[in-house]
Design a protein around this ligand. Sequence first.
Ligand code: AGP
Length: 610
Amino acid sequence: MCGIIGAVSNSNVLPVLLGGLKRLEYRGYDSSGLAVINEPGKFLRLRAPGKLVELERAVSANGEISGLTGIAHTRWATHGPPTEQNAHPHISGGRIALVCNGIVENHEELRTLLTDEGMEFQSETDTEVIVNLIFLHMDKGSDFMTAVRTCIGSLKGAFALGIVNADEPGRIIGARRGSPLIAGIGEAGVYLASDISAMIAQTRKFIVLENGDIADIRQGKIEITNLDGQLQNRDTRISDLKPQAMEIGDYRHYMEKEIFEQGQAVSDTLEGRITASRVLEACFGTEAERIFDKTENIQILACGTSYHAGLVAKYWLESVGMPCQVEIASEFTSRKHPTPKNCLVVSLSQSGETIDTLTALDYAKHCGYAHSLAICNVPDSSLVRNSELILMTHAGPEIGVASTKAFVTQLVALRLLSIIMARKNSSSDLDEADSIRELRELPANVESTLELEPAIQEIAQQFANKQHALFLARGIHFPIAMEGALKLKEISYVHAEAYAAGELKHGPLALVDQDMPVVSVAPNDAQLDKLKGNIEEVRARGGKLIVFADSETRLSSRENLQVINIASVESSIAPIIFTIPLQLLAYHVALIKGTDIDKPRNLAKSVTVE
Ligand code: AGP
């Protein structure tokens, strides 16, 4: 969840470190810090609790900070609160500085061992055991690399490390076990970072470190070995990330920008994947046809918003005769379960680095699940590299912590998968050409739904003083209500829960009064009459309803019921369309509440701890 950037350059690395941290801040933002070697044997370190702007202030207040080698870190606290003392880099013996993304599971045991050796700790973090252990090995005579290797050999957990030795300017050692780490090769320097965005202003050329890799990074040379010192060959890749795709432009927040990019993101995700009447199976990978032909059921694994996309897909897949289970990734690993025959594991993730999803995929493989497909937005991510079949969503970089365009493009990708599965099932009555036409019309439908913004902005006022909200829907739109509730709580801190509308009378109806806004989505589908009944149950108890309704439903506003009409769309794409007003509602409520929309408290974009 933390972000790492390191650089060895032929000019001052400070701008590279600060620029890199800015792009990595989405990974964690409760404190940050940097250390540069400003002369051999001497570190300059600055750390600050709070957002990156606090570190930038500290840098300005400190006058000249310069050096040709440095590391920096933006933190999402796990062990120890976000104080200056707990911020990275941690330094041991004045010689070794280290940044870490991950968790050392045996830190207590190592802390005792190091304390017995007379070492003192300055922080409450698990990370400090690593830097102290490396220093201890060096103090006992090991060279830098040997000390790092020996230390890593005694660590339990998942992590990515960036380490510098004050006595060896011009060198960074990076190590990966679990958490993502890449090394970059530029004109002016070499780099180490959690992802390519951090170094995109310097270079597009990078190497993805694999689990177990240790990278010895020096100007003009990157050598990768394993724990035993054996050389590892890793491909050099060229990123196609466009720096302007990460610019906020005229928008107030990345989330706003990303909501409004959804029409384009849908088009980009469809491009090259469909003809006029067919989904191209090969876009899932060269083995797709063989694997899909024998798939008898599907297990979807994901977390958070991606999990909600999986829940929508269950309705689509089962409607074409493909049995489908969806499970929160962190729960999937919590028990033994029978392994279904010829089951395709579909893992969904925006980042491709969510440790719960990666662990669940590993567990599924271990349990003997037949095949794997990743639907992901980040090329070269761990999930992509660990899956047999891949369908990249082309949402473009998503910076706001609250996922929006990644979700919508995941739905598009899952719709494509459902269409293929329908084709394989002779008893499915889904018309492929019709489904393709509906998808082709989707970007325009997304754009016109975004025009509801002024109406939604007004409705958002009603939430200004509210502490709680209920979201109701039926059928395939229940996961959309769940996603709407997640968006609202995530960025506005209004407590919001989604219920299947039929469940209301089984308990949550007791919560309904005039202070509990109830949001519902009403597509024109087979569930409509029952949903109308549930809406009346709320009204009869004085509840105030806000309903986003397909214009064909003929629902109209009256006392305690405010209806916002949405242009009628085909039911197959309705869940995608009904997502949009709920995103806008959450955004505008958060705007009124004045929260930090792109960086909501306590959260991070890439969740790399279990
Ligand atoms: C979404 O708004 C959340 N920030 C979060 O639930 C997210 O979807 C979840 O952590 C999974 O992330 P992933 O898609 O990158 O795996």
